[in-house]
Design a binder for this molecule. Sequence first.
Ligand code: ATP
Length: 351
Amino acid sequence: MSFVNIRGLSKKFDLVHAVKDFTLSIEKGELVSFLGPSGCGKTTTLRMIAGFVDPTEGEIEIDEKMVVGQGINISTEERNLGMVFQSYAVWPHMTVYQNIAYPLKIKKKSKKEIKSKVEEVVKLVNLQDHIQKYPDQLSGGQQQRVALARALIMEPDVLLLDEPLSNLDAKLRDKMRNEIKSLQKRTGVTIIFVTHDQIEALSMSDRIVVMNFGEIQQVGTPTEIYATPANEFVADFIGKANLLKGTLQRSGEVTIDHTTLSIPVNQPNAALTGDNVTVCYRPEQITIEKRAETNQNQKVGKLIGHTYLGNIIEYVVQVEGVQLKVETSQPLNLSENAEVSLQLPEPIIFS
Ligand code: ATP
């Protein structure tokens, strides 16, 4: 039995079916992120776990206790969750110490216990030097750490984080990602993390739940999601993808619609012969070089554009009527319209 079990969870608002038949099990100590575009139902799912939104259908169990479903609906307070949102929601009139101590204070814990607990979590989030400061004397990242510490002090079963890093600048976000990940390792807390940022999800998660239009599209480790996307949506949403529509021929090749390009497939799925399929290439998996003797496995293309991105360069290459994006760390030093050779990897095929 997993630590968190969500079964058949749905939420219908008047006009919108925001979450549809969401089923997921989460292990103790896992960091699972809900990833998807705006409006795909991530926050509604998180809010149902938190107890802020009542599901239309389905059930949720945390640590073998039914929190909602089968006629049960226990309050947020009784679910033993920690929560941190995009807006830091720290109290401006309280010091860091008072903010973090607050949940224990309202539980009427002794001063001694409060002091020792605050000292413990303050260390976890690295705020030892700031405990007497007020929030307006802190950076955004420090305020978000106060919110994290306040959520952790109650030793929650599950920490729910809703886009907690989106108000921070890029560098700080990167740092906080590492801090949350190390916090998870050190405390063993189970974390559910909502984000629309694929880098955040890929870099932090043990598993990612990709959602679109209220439905789970794929659940997997970051590597599984990136290397073997379940469908076109996942391939396109996570990382970059060249998606080409065509027909799988009896010969095992895919002929790309309205072009002369045909793509050999090593192990074509015979069941799809004659069907419309989509071929997917990640830009960095295509090898590009100046045109030399082109061997059998290479395609000749024409360079029609490039974008310099610092550590990588993205080239756009026209090949037999198709434009492909190709990424490389090796500059080609060629002008536009120059001929190049492309080595295409084994493609991912979607039916
Ligand atoms: P974002 O990243 O923009 O926060 P999200 O993936 O978290 O998006 P949700 O906030 O869960 O998406 O919203 C899912 C859908 O449900 C949207 O179409 C939204 O407009 C709708 N919705 C959310 N809350 C309500 C509500 N209280 N009443 C009516 N519709 C709602």
